[in-house]
Design a protein around this ligand. Sequence first.
Ligand SMILES: NC(=O)c1ccc[n+]([C@@H]2O[C@H](COP(=O)([O-])OP(=O)(O)OC[C@H]3O[C@@H](n4cnc5c(N)ncnc54)[C@H](OP(=O)(O)O)[C@@H]3O)[C@@H](O)[C@H]2O)c1
Length: 328
Amino acid sequence: MNIIRWGLLSTANINKRLIPAIRRSKRGELIAVASRDEQKAKDYAREWEIPISFGSYEEMLTSGSIDAVYISLPNHLHAEWSVRALSEGLHVLCEKPFALSVDEVDQMVTASKTHQRVLAEAFMYRHHPQTLLAGEWVQSGKLGEISLVRGVFNFTLQEQHRIRLVPEFGGGSLWDIGVYPLSFAQFIMGSHPTRVSGAQWIGETGVDETFAGLLHYTNDRFATIGSSFRSPFYTSAEIIGTEGRLVFNRPFVVLDETRKMIFHPQDGGPREIPVPEKELYLGQIEDMHAAILDGKPSYVSLEETRDHIRTVEALYKSAQDVQIVHLD
Ligand SMILES: NC(=O)c1ccc[n+]([C@@H]2O[C@H](COP(=O)([O-])OP(=O)(O)OC[C@H]3O[C@@H](n4cnc5c(N)ncnc54)[C@H](OP(=O)(O)O)[C@@H]3O)[C@@H](O)[C@H]2O)c1
């Protein structure tokens, strides 16, 4: 086996980003799509020129026609369908947020180990050269000692985004977009926080439409994160160290046309740091291929993913109980 045959589990909006990435990858082929509705699956397959369509998710998983599945279901279905796919011997790339509790993550990891199949969270921006370079700058000490990471992700919610407003589906701005600055902070700090405090504004929908979090790390380091469905699209991030700071205008939805990574040193004026271009969704697909075909560990480990989910749970608990929550 040197080509991975992919199947899409659902006809979600986000698939339109994954489809070109699978096609551009050298070792992947898009073979199938499954929907709860047979006609919808057929129409989708025709529109996107996908060879096989299935009128149920189960049918695709048991068909023998694919090696790996991309799970782009609403958040509350990620764990269930990942476990089912792994149990059928398929490799799984599951959308963020990976799951809605640490218990769910543990069930998914157990299924991955039991069936010896690759399982990874689809955090596309983690694979972009800009994020990798930011990590290298921090590791090499160019920014000195890091004291603070700040990140925010906002957009105005519209009709096609409605699954994000359903509490039982794992809706809410922190689960949906707050996880980006959260994962960025954990990547830069190299671990999960030791304690967190969160605050939320819950709309009539019953989900947090705005969330703010303060994360404390070892050695007196901090991160602040924010997410909101009640603002025009806006993302930013900043890493602050004793030697200067790195500022990103597109840290998560990294578009090479508009992206800028600016270094503000302690002495001298700001300067833009050149970053190699890369199609945003390609890295996570190539990483899956390397894990499946070459046996390389996934770049975003399941331990790191588990830490993200644990931190989100802690932040929600903190916001609900109006108190600091300790993670260790
Ligand atoms: N990484 C990224 O850049 C990124 C961006 C956006 C979203 N996401 C993630 O991708 C996932 C999907 O988001 P999306 O906005 O693309 O979702 P969406 O367009 O609303 O699609 C979700 C799909 O799930 C299926 N589904 C199964 N049960 C459902 C139910 N009870 N209600 C609604 N849909 C149901 C439907 O497919 P069928 O009708 O075909 O069965 C539907 O098309 C989420 O986990 C989200 O966090 C990631």
